[in-house]
Design a protein around this ligand. Sequence first.
Ligand SMILES: Cc1ncc(C[n+]2csc(CCOP(=O)(O)OP(=O)(O)O)c2C)c(N)n1
Length: 343
Amino acid sequence: MASSAAPRSKTKSKGLDPARADEYRGWLRQMLLIRHFEEKAGEAYSLGKIGGFCHLYIGQEAVAVGSLAALGPDDYITCSYREHGHALARGISSQAVMAELFGKASGCTGGKGGSMHLFDASLGFLGGHGIVGGHIPLTTGMAFAAKYRGTSQVAVCYFGEAAVNNGAFHEALNMAALWKLPALYLCENNRYGMGTALERASALYDISERACSYDMANEVVDGQDVLTMNAAMERAVTRARNEKLPTLLEVRTYRFMGHSMSDPIHGHYRTREEVEGQRKRDPIAGWSQRLIADGLMDEDSVRSMDKNVLQEVEEAYQFADQAPDPAPEELYTHVYAGEEGER
Ligand SMILES: Cc1ncc(C[n+]2csc(CCOP(=O)(O)OP(=O)(O)O)c2C)c(N)n1
């Protein structure tokens, strides 16, 4: 069953729209940034520069990049703890994210949140949440707030497939459908919750079908194809913004690394062959080849973009390494909501 995870939606093989060339090249740059950022974060973790947990997003880059590209600047986003890529794609700087992983004062949450709690209210990026599924009802609340205030904002929640067996998931989706809220639930189905395969934990294999219980629009999306991801997200965002209706997107993807930095890549729950097979559908290689095939880039421009990204990541690392620790008195700030200097 696990090997037959072929998504229902597929990229149509028509040519890329040249009018969107800059945007398409931007997606490649963002995916390369996430990939190299995560590689560097892994290195920093092994050197003891990053403490606590650290969950890398390598392999899933097209999901964050393709989907976030369909949002507007005022929309709300919440994520699980595997959110470095979403934070970067939303526009939090690589320096602020890396410094946060290092627990430094220049981090996007002042060094107090760390890897699992990236946050930037000015970008509508409302966490980074460590409790599996805990942010799903919060996002329903954000969508309710948007509708209640009469804005055109949408609220998007990113979570893994292990979260759908959580009661909060069902309560939140039921309310969103009942109250017709502009919410979008994006399940990144990478097939494993830590070391447990989806089919060992879920009675229903097609997660998208859970939306039927709430008469909610739903779609299965190929998350390894950034263009397909973007198109599906645009459909869901339009539904939320214009019709005030929620959607559940089941996005099929794969993590190339272990669950967290403390876990092996293969473990006992999946084979080396499976991981190698999935790596053949690397979303970054696929997209760069597509850009080259359609004449929007060539090998040299891809190489030079890659070099430029590596330079940015190195600078982020140096910035984080040299940034100051939070001042001891910071222990007492941001403990309660509404304080002066609230982020
Ligand atoms: C409520 C709750 N139960 C258990 C955990 C421990 N835990 C951390 S990550 C994880 C697996 C989650 O997998 P999934 O939601 O599929 O996301 P992925 O790690 O694959 O991105 C679990 C069980 C937790 N953080 N919160």
